[in-house]
Design a protein around this ligand. Structure first.
Ligand code: ATR
Length: 299
């Protein structure tokens, strides 16, 4: 026990005290409003960190929880949202499609994708939206400092993340979208989301302005952690190369792209910006992006 006491340096005590002060800065009260992420698994989610940091930065008496909700129980969770006056739900797997069929209204992106990752309660009415794609576009535009209107974009992958990004990139005014995927059927279904999208071969990424990896290739815990999601011979220094993977921060794709002088954009911005879209929709306040980014900078 004596050696444990010696582990407490002055700086660690100071940091614990600072944490305690900030934890009690806005105590839970009868006025406290609640939002949550529902999913299974959900305990690993970074959403509580991001949203609670935002509430604290804006002085809001709100709290955000991670609520494990098993497959098949999303409709009951939506009823609970009404009964308990929960203001907002973030929705993650396996519930996105089921929730799209059980809310009272769908925003345009959620209707196009038949998928909901964000629910807002207005009295007893629940409205569903899909914010991943617009979160990606906002993060990308903020990183490159300009609009992606008129840009040509290659989307690598054709899963749920790819679909939301195809929809949002098309709404943002891109000139054309090429979908490149291992499985052609999935690529065709994803490309059908927009008249400016078509299926392409891997080599076609050479001719676009922006390349986006939406697959789990390059993810530390993914299927091919050491592999670039795009073959290096198809990358150019003129490309903007974005990866939605954020663990690691610099994926093999981003490393290869940076080495040849391309502009690279990591996945953390999308995570923060999709949360910012939800925060603004639920609270009506501008999102404190710096505080939200700091909350996950070491994640
Ligand atoms: P999410 O909802 O996160 O987008 P998903 O729906 O499972 O996840 O989609 C994963 C995407 O990554 C798919 O496009 C998948 O390709 P297939 O449609 O061929 O399955 C792609 N993907 C996953 N592992 C891959 C790998 N090792 N190589 C290439 N593509 C891969």
């Amino acid at each position: 026990m004596g050696s444990m006491k010696q582990c407490w340096s002055v700086s660690s005590v100071t940091s614990v005290v600072a944490d305690l002060i900030s934890a009690f800065a806005s105590p839970i009260s009868g006025e406290t409003r609640l939002a949550a992420v529902i999913g299974d698994p959900v305990r690993h989610s970074l959403s509580p960190q991001i949203h609670n940091a935002a509430y604290q930065a804006n002085g809001l008496d709100w709290r955000f929880l991670a609520l494990p909700v098993a497959a098949g129980r999303a409709p009951a969770a939506l009823d609970a949202m009404r009964a308990l006056s929960i203001e907002g739900f973030s929705v993650t797997m396996p519930h996105k499609e089921v929730v799209a069929g059980h809310v009272d209204e769908l925003m345009p992106a959620a209707a196009a994708l038949a998928s909901v990752n964000c629910v807002r309660r207005e009295g007893d009415r629940l409205i569903g939206d899909s914010t991943d794609g617009i979160g990606f576009v906002r993060a990308l535009e903020s990183d490159i400092g300009r609009s992606i209107a008129d840009a040509s974009v290659a989307i690598v992958g054709a899963g749920g993340a790819a679909r939301s990004i195809i929809d949002a990139v098309a709404r943002a005014g891109a000139s054309r979208i090429v979908v490149v995927n291992r499985t052609q059927g999935a690529a065709e279904r994803a490309a059908a989301l927009s008249p400016i999208a078509s299926v392409g071969a891997a080599a076609q990424v050479v001719d676009v302005d922006i390349i986006v990896n939406t697959t789990s290739v390059g993810m530390a815990s993914g299927p091919a952690p050491d592999t670039s999601a795009v073959a290096p011979e198809f990358l150019r220094g003129e490309h903007i190369v974005a990866d939605i993977v954020y663990q690691p921060r610099r994926t093999p794709l981003l490393q290869v792209a940076a080495d040849i002088g391309a502009h690279t954009v990591g996945g953390l911005g999308m995570l923060v910006h999709q949360a910012a879209v939800a925060f603004e929709w639920w609270t009506g306040q501008p999102a404190p992006l710096d505080a939200m980014t700091a909350a996950v900078a070491t994640a």
